[in-house]
Each structure stands twice: as C-alpha cells, then as structure tokens.
Design a protein around this ligand. Structure first.
Ligand code: ASP
Ligand code: MG
Length: 403
C-alpha cells in the first residue's frame, strides 16, 4: 500500500466548514486504499493572534514560553480534524509533536527537525488508522516545546514524508499551485505543472509565498517530490521535483518581484581593501539583510561608489549606522525608498545564451530603467523603480513566452 502525507494549511482548516471539507478530501485518499498521514497548521489567524497576545504582555516574552504558546494552535486544528474523521466513520487520532516525538535542534522559534520517531505512527497506520500530526512544533533535548519558524508546517510534512518513506507528499493550500508570476500582479500568470526544487527555492525566497523556503531545501536534500494543490478546487496543482521527466523546454519558469526594497548609494568612498567590509560590518551586527550590491569601477583609482539594497523598514537604521561609522569616509549618501527587484528564474538559462540580452531589451522597449543587476546560475534580477514593476513583469512574461 502506498503512503501519502497530506498537509493542510491555515486557510484550508480556517473554519468548521473547511475542516469538514478537508476530512472529505482525506476520506477520498483512504478510499483509494492509501495509507494516510495528516499534518495540519493552526486555523488561519490563530497563530498571529497568539503572537499579539504575547506582545501585549511583554516585549521580551520568554522564548520557550513563546513556543509553548504558539504551538497550541495546531493542537486545536488536529483534534478537530481527528474528531471529525471519527464522526464520519474513519479511525483517527491526533498526535502532538512531543508524543511521537518530533525532536528538534537549535533555537526556539527557529528550530530544525532532526529526528522523528515513527514507530507508533506505523503501528497505528497498519491497523487502519489515520494519524493527524501537529505541524510547526517539536521538542528539544531539554523536553521543551519548540517551533520551527512561521509557516513551518510545510517542513514538518516534508520531514515526516521522509521518515515514513511516503510515496507522495501533498501540500493543500488556498491557491491552485505555483504560478509563473503573482496572478494578482499579472492576469496572464499561468499555473506551472512542474518546477525544479532550485527554481522553487528562488521563487519562494523571492516572495512567492506558496511554500516556506526551508521546507523546499529539506525536500531537495531528501529528494521528496511535493505536490502543491488547492483544498478548495479539485484541480491538479504543481509538482516540485528534481526528476527531469517530461519537463517542458521552457527556458524561464517564473518571474518574481519583491516589495518594500530600498536602495542606498554611498558616493565617493575610498577605493582600498577593507572598505566594503567596514561598511557592512555594523549592518550585519544589527541583523540588517543586505541583498544586491554593486561597486562601480573607480575612475581615478582613489574613489568609488557603492550601491546596495535592503528592506525599506531597515532604511532609517542603516542610514544612522553609516553616518555613525567612523571607519569610513565618503562624499555623499543617497537613498531611494521605492524600488523593487524583478527576477526571472529558470534552470534552462544555464544552457541558453542570450537570456540577459533578451531581458534587458524587453525592459528597454518599455522604457524601464535598470538600477542594479545581479545574477546567479538560474536567476537574473534587476532593480527597478517600484512604479514600473507591473509593466516589467508583463513585458518579461511575454518575452519569455509564459503568457
Ligand atoms: N501556524 C504556524 C504559522 O502560522 C505554522 C504554519 O502555518 O505552518 O506560522
Ligand atoms: Mg500558515
């Protein structure tokens, strides 16, 4: 018998009717003679509400208690699912992470799963039961409850699929799959049938919020194929995989964009070793994430300009850190708060020449100015003025035949 892990996100279990619907979906897999393991997130809004409660009591809420608090949402949804499955005649029970246990390593709120004991689950499945396991939480070696990062239930599902040796891992969510670009930004966005882990990793970390990036890393490392599909509409979704079978010859798989980026340029800094390091050291100490970086080639061998991007919310702090930095000198600081990064992603670009040119040409034809460029093996990103993002996505979507 095949084993399938079914994971339901917060909106999929967001109210009583949806929980009933989810139980119907689970029943169809049981009917198809699958061994089924269910993972659930908390009902939508619940975890945020718990975060707010902790904040209103203390702005330095104890981290272990914070995890103990946040993990409760999943207990509720899992018990509701198991209870409903019993009601419709299916054998089911819930498991909290510590009852298995799901053992984690690392800091509270950002722990990683490093072992899942599946003995009890296996016994229960063999006897025809459907275990419903809490996502997002674990227990550490000191027997404290941990959580594995917001949206972490995806990672729980993937790690459980690994330990239980599931044939399939299906992530049920509120969208029908992964799209070539954000359908809210561009009407011609299309559902992607198959996407490579690496491409998905780029799409996820660049802001397509379908899945949590670390969970895709886990899937890639363990070679677990993931299906993403909607719990509301019974349509085929997107397969995230490494298998080369029946991939189309599309060069670019998707286009993503960021919101709330800011650009900083330091004009006339000394062009000598160690300067860039002295600029970025205080930023890294203050946990400010620097994204794109370019340094101009110095004209006279003495001075150069350095441009980089950060999140807009870090702009004030970054400005102050640069102004207070005694170890650098410069002529001028300039800022741009309204910029966005637009990226084209596809493993096909490794072997196809001319992609960079086509991207730049498509943007030029729409009179979109490129501020900063960065590339990796499977991605080209450009920074543009935020007001041009929609237009940029539309022209690239067309250029790379994604329409
Ligand atoms: N309930 C948790 C959160 O909202 C975990 C999850 O949804 O996957 O982050
Ligand atoms: Mg969620």
């Amino acid at each position: 018998m095949k084993t399938v892990v079914l994971k339901f996100g917060g909106t999929s279990v967001g109210n009583i009717d949806r929980i009933k619907k989810v139980c119907k979906i689970i029943a169809t897999y049981k009917k198809k003679k699958y061994n089924v393991v269910v993972i659930s997130s908390a009902m939508s809004g619940v975890t945020n509400d718990l975060v707010n409660k902790s904040k209103s009591l203390s702005n330095s809420f104890d981290l272990a208690e914070y995890d103990a608090l946040l993990s409760t949402g999943e207990q509720v949804s899992c018990a509701l699912i198991a209870g409903r499955l019993n009601h419709i005649g299916l054998k089911s029970r819930s498991w909290l992470s510590w009852q298995l246990p799901i053992v984690t390593e690392g800091n509270h709120s950002g722990a990683r799963i490093n072992k899942i004991n599946i003995n009890e689950l296996n016994r229960y499945i063999k006897n025809g039961g459907i275990p419903v396991v809490t996502g997002f939480q674990g227990i550490n070696k000191n027997y404290r409850i941990t959580t594995i990062g917001r949206s972490g239930s995806d990672a729980t599902a993937i790690m459980l699929a690994k330990y239980i040796k599931a044939e399939e891992c299906i992530i049920f969510t509120d969208v029908e799959g992964v799209y070539t670009t954000d359908p809210r930004q561009h009407k011609k966005a299309k559902k992607i049938k198959k996407i490579f882990y690496d491409e998905m990793l780029e799409m996820a970390s660049l802001g397509s919020k379908v899945m949590q990036p670390t969970s895709i890393q886990d899937a890639k490392l363990n070679e677990i194929d993931i299906k993403v599909q909607s719990s509301f509409a019974s349509k085929s979704g997107t397969l995230i995989t490494n298998s080369k079978k029946s991939f189309s010859d599309q060069i670019i798989t998707g286009i993503s964009s960021t919101k709330n980026d800011a650009k900083i340029t330091i004009v006339g800094v000394k062009d000598r070793p160690g300067v860039a390091a002295s600029i970025f050291k205080p930023l890294s100490k203050n946990l400010i994430n620097v994204d794109m970086v370019v340094q101009n080639i110095s004209q006279n061998g003495k001075n150069t300009d350095l441009t980089f991007t950060i999140k807009s919310e870090d702009l004030k702090k970054t400005e102050n850190l640069i102004k207070e930095n005694k170890s650098i000198s410069y002529k001028k600081l300039s800022f741009d708060k309204n910029v966005s990064k637009v990226s084209i992603i596809g493993v096909g670009m490794i072997t196809t020449p001319g992609i960079t040119y086509r991207m730049f040409q498509a943007l030029a034809s729409k009179k979109i100015n490129i501020l900063v460029i960065s590339t990796s093996e499977i991605k080209i990103s450009v920074l543009v003025s935020a007001k041009h993002v929609k237009k940029a996505i539309a022209s690239l979507h067309k250029e790379f035949k994604l329409d």
